[in-house]
Every structure is written in structure tokens, then in C-alpha cells.
Design a protein around this ligand. Structure first.
Ligand code: NAD
Length: 262
């Protein structure tokens, strides 16, 4: 059997970018996947690309909305009969210097990434604890959770919040056999809606390179001189959730071609 056969996954923000690549990889390894995103049509389109209704289901769920999260989890239980694996991937990036970052910017960034992933983890943990089958929670945090850079206060602070949620939940949920780990990607330019939606232009301006060369710019500053793609983040999520790493919890894996180590 495939390594994730019989496992049921919920991936937030999975209609595009890294989340979609994660859902695609988990399904390829045998899991059933619920793709939760803001836009129902986009979530359903991503699900249809990944597989038929017995493999992938697209639902609308804003991670700041407790009722919508509960409904997405109920959908997983109804469609596939359980829940084993949750990926907190939904996100956006408000990239501004300190003095331009409004209180509303700060609140939105923290609502979606810090509070949103807390709400998803809490709702999912309730189901995982009741099932008594263990489970996995994975956070797509960021290199920015550790390393400082300019014009990024709200985003980076909320990524640091997520990173500590990983450690706190690993400590609290270990007794239930629930593992909680994180991934720290960096420089996933191609395929990322965040980069395409304006953040790429801002980062290109910070680094003084044309936006279309940003992927190459990120690659040349890594140890491996390689561009990081959504699929590389998805590979790490799969490995984290496979039984080969079932003695690992509270860990963050960098997927950044070595930039954080440089
Ligand atoms: P993306 O824009 O392609 O994906 C983000 C997805 O989240 C989108 O589909 C969006 O609709 C969804 N989303 C936004 N707000 C939501 C909400 N309130 N509820 C539900 N869904 C919501 O961008 P991406 O680059 O694939 O980002 C995915 C994650 O990876 C984010 O958490 C991001 O911070 C993180 N990340 C990305 C990079 C990178 O280099 N691209 C680096 C580090 C971390």
C-alpha cells in the first residue's frame, strides 16, 4: 500500500501555491485530502485536479471563522470517515516598513496566521484526541520566524507565533500520540500567490532586482544555489508525516536550499 493509504488530511489555503502542492503530494501518497480555502470554486477546482470525490474535496473555509473550520472538519469526517493529518498553510503577507504598518495590517496578519492556525489546531485536536489514533499537525511557518529582515514586522512576528505554537502543542498533545511539527520555507517565488500578488514586487525592490529575476536572486543566495519550489515544501510535509519520522515532534525543517544556514 501507499505510505499514507487510509489517512485523511485537511490542508488550509490549499487552492494555490504551497498548500496545493502539499495536498497533491499527500494524495499521491495515498491520503484523502480536504482542500480548504477562501474561495469555494478555487478549492473545488484544485480538488478536481488532484483526484475524484473519493480522493479530494474542496471546501470554503476562512481560517478566522470558527464555524467554517468546524464545518470543514465535519466535511472531512462525513466524506472520508476521519481526520489524521492537518496542515496549517493558509496565509497572506502584508509586507511594509514599521511606520507604514497599520493596526489593521497587524490585526489581519495575526488573525489569519496566528489566530487562524490556533483555531484550526484546536478544532482538529479535539477530533484527534477523541479518535484516540494519534495524528499529525504541521505548520507552514517560515525562515522569517527566526531571522529578521526589513519591511516585514507583521508577517514575521506572526510566523514566530506559529513556530511557538508548534513547540507548545507538541508538548501538550504528545500524550495523545499527536505529533506537531513545522516547515520553514524561504524564497518560494514561482507558484506562490503571495509573491504574485504584490509581495514579489516589494521584495524585488528591497533587493534591487527585477521582479522576474527574483526566483534566481533567492537561489543564488542559498548554499545549494537552487530555487525552492512548492513541491519541495510538499516533499518535507510528506516526510514529516510518514511513519519513518514517527519519533519526531516539535521540530522545524528548513526548506530553503540552505539560506538560513548560510
Ligand atoms: P499562496 O497565496 O499561493 O497561498 C496561500 C493560500 O492561503 C491562498 O490560496 C489563499 O487564498 C489562502 N488564504 C489566505 N487567507 C486565508 C484565510 N483567512 N482562510 C483560508 N485560506 C486563506 O502563497 P504561498 O506562498 O503558497 O503561501 C502558503 C504558506 O506558505 C503561507 O502561510 C506563507 O506564509 C508560507 N510561506 C511561504 C513562503 C514563500 O516563499 N512563498 C515562505 C515561507 C512561508
Amino acid at each position: 500500500p501507499k505510505p499514507l493509504a487510509g489517512r485523511i488530511a485537511l490542508v488550509t489555503g490549499a487552492a494555490s501555491g504551497i498548500g496545493k502542492a502539499i495536498a497533491t503530494r499527500l494524495a499521491a501518497e495515498g491520503a484523502c485530502v480536504v482542500i480548504a480555502d477562501l474561495d469555494l470554486e478555487k478549492a473545488q477546482a484544485a480538488a478536481a485536479e488532484i483526484g475524484g470525490p473519493d480522493v479530494a474535496l474542496g471546501v470554503a473555509a476562512n481560517v478566522t471563522d470558527e464555524k467554517a473550520i468546524d464545518a470543514a472538519i465535519q466535511d472531512a469526517l462525513l466524506a472520508f470517515g476521519g481526520l489524521d493529518l492537518v496542515v496549517n498553510n493558509a496565509g497572506l503577507s502584508i509586507s511594509k516598513p514599521l511606520l507604514e504598518t497599520t493596526t489593521a495590517d497587524w490585526d489581519l496578519q495575526h488573525d489569519v496566521m496566528a489566530k487562524g492556525s490556533f483555531l484550526v489546531s484546536r478544532a482538529a485536536a479535539k477530533v484527534l484526541i477523541d479518535q484516540k489514533l494519534g495524528g499529525d499537525i504541521v505548520y507552514i511557518s517560515s525562515k522569517n520566524s527566526i531571522f529578521a529582515g526589513p519591511n516585514n514586522i507583521a508577517y514575521s512576528a506572526t510566523k514566530a507565533d506559529q513556530a511557538h505554537q508548534v513547540r507548545l502543542l507538541a508538548a501538550e498533545l504528545g500524550d495523545h500520540g499527536i505529533r506537531v511539527n513545522g516547515i520553514n520555507p524561504d524564497g518560494v517565488v514561482r507558484g506562490s500567490g503571495i509573491f504574485a500578488g504584490g509581495w514579489g514586487a516589494k521584495r524585488a525592490a528591497v533587493y534591487g532586482v527585477p521582479e522576474e529575476e527574483l526566483g534566481k536572486y533567492y537561489a543564488q543566495r542559498t548554499l545549494l544555489k537552487r530555487e525552492v519550489l512548492p513541491e519541495h515544501v510538499a516533499n518535507a510535509v510528506f516526510v514529516l508525516c510518514s511513519s519513518d519520522l514517527d519519533h519526531t515532534t516539535g521540530l522545524h525543517i528548513p526548506v530553503d536550499a540552505g539560506v538560513a544556514a548560510a
